[in-house]
Design a protein around this ligand. Structure first.
Ligand code: AMP
Ligand code: MN
Ligand code: MN
Ligand code: MN
Length: 298
């Protein structure tokens, strides 16, 4: 049976965590371990949103169902828009939808060649063996990401912490960063909507966009069926919670809340530990979490 949200709790005040990663992408916990950690932290509505991959959803859904924790099947799609990388989360997607699965497979296909190119650049910068090193940190080799390279560079002592890796080597504009063409925004929005999901623009405060470009993005996102933006996320500062709450209200978008948890001790915010959405922002889960909890594989 699909678990329902407890009647006693005010849906606007739910401890919802709608952005997280398992070892199917660049998280370190298995889907079941991640769900148990979320449940233990008091999360009342949880979404697994692996990068470009829905393979972990059945296991997460089964564990959430066992624990009686309402669960939303999700994904975080990598998009290239105006030459920049953006992430679009899909909440409440049907993970068996053929169009969604084919779209995600097409994005994953480019990752290995990109990873080899990153390793070549790292070698020229005096860091050999990074491809093989990154592979030792990945459980799903189709999803080799910069995070796995970063973990390897920290574990092997090249850098002191992940931030240093992105600053010195892998962040936008850094010397081992390999520009990549991800999905088109309109395609990502289409896959999410066609599979029954609600598109959410992930961590908008992370994209370096001027006001004009940001407004253009929001317009295109809405025209393609986008319905929400992340307001309270592990990637935003407190000032950005307020800034993106205002943007959501002004643009008629729902707000989402998610830690973007990847690994214990590594992620800035742990599961279920974010402040609530600012007053007035309508939560995306009034639309997706409660009405379209997908029971997957459970
Ligand atoms: P990729 O999809 O291979 O481009 O990798 C992107 C991932 O790198 C993101 O999902 C984050 O998990 C991680 N990432 C990006 N910037 C940073 C940073 N400054 N510190 C730690 N992790 C980061
Ligand atoms: Mn990530
Ligand atoms: Mn992201
Ligand atoms: Mn994420």
């Amino acid at each position: 049976m699909t678990p329902s949200v407890p009647e006693s709790s005010d849906p606007w005040r739910l401890n919802a965590d709608l952005h997280s990663h398992s070892s199917w992408s660049d998280g370190v916990l298995s889907p079941a371990e991640l769900v148990r950690r979320a449940h233990g932290a008091g999360v009342e509505l949880f979404a697994l949103t692996d990068h470009d991959e829905v393979g972990g959803v059945p296991e997460a859904a089964a564990e959430a169902s066992r624990l009686g924790m309402p669960f939303v099947a999700g994904v975080e799609i990598s998009v290239t828009w105006a030459g920049k990388t953006l992430h679009v989360v899909g909440l409440g997607v049907d993970v068996d939808h053929a169009g969604l699965r084919a779209g995600l497979a097409s994005i994953r296909a480019g990752r290995d060649a990109r990873a080899r190119e990153m390793a070549q650049r790292l070698e020229r910068l005096g860091v050999p063996g990074a491809y093989e090193g990154a592979l030792t940190h990945v459980s799903n080799p189709a999803l080799l990401s910069r995070t796995h390279f970063a973990r390897h560079l920290v574990a092997s002592g090249v850098c002191a912490h992940m931030d240093e890796v992105f600053r010195r080597f892998l962040g936008e504009g850094a010397p081992a960063n390999v520009p990549h063409a991800w999905a088109r925004l309109s395609d990502a929005l289409g896959w999410i909507r066609d599979s029954g999901g609600v598109p959410v623009l992930a961590h908008p405060g992370r994209y370096r966009l001027d006001a004009l470009l940001r407004d253009t993005l929001i317009d295109e996102f809405r025209e393609g069926g986008g319905e929400a933006i992340e307001v309270v996320t592990g990637s935003h500062t407190r000032d950005q919670y307020r800034e993106y709450a205002r943007l959501a209200l002004r643009s008629g978008l729902l707000g989402s809340r998610g830690s973007d948890f990847h690994a214990p001790g590594e992620s800035r915010v742990d599961l279920g530990k974010l402040p609530p959405l600012p007053d007035g922002v309508e939560p995306v889960w009034t639309k997706v979490g409660i009405s379209s909890l997908h029971e997957v594989g459970a």
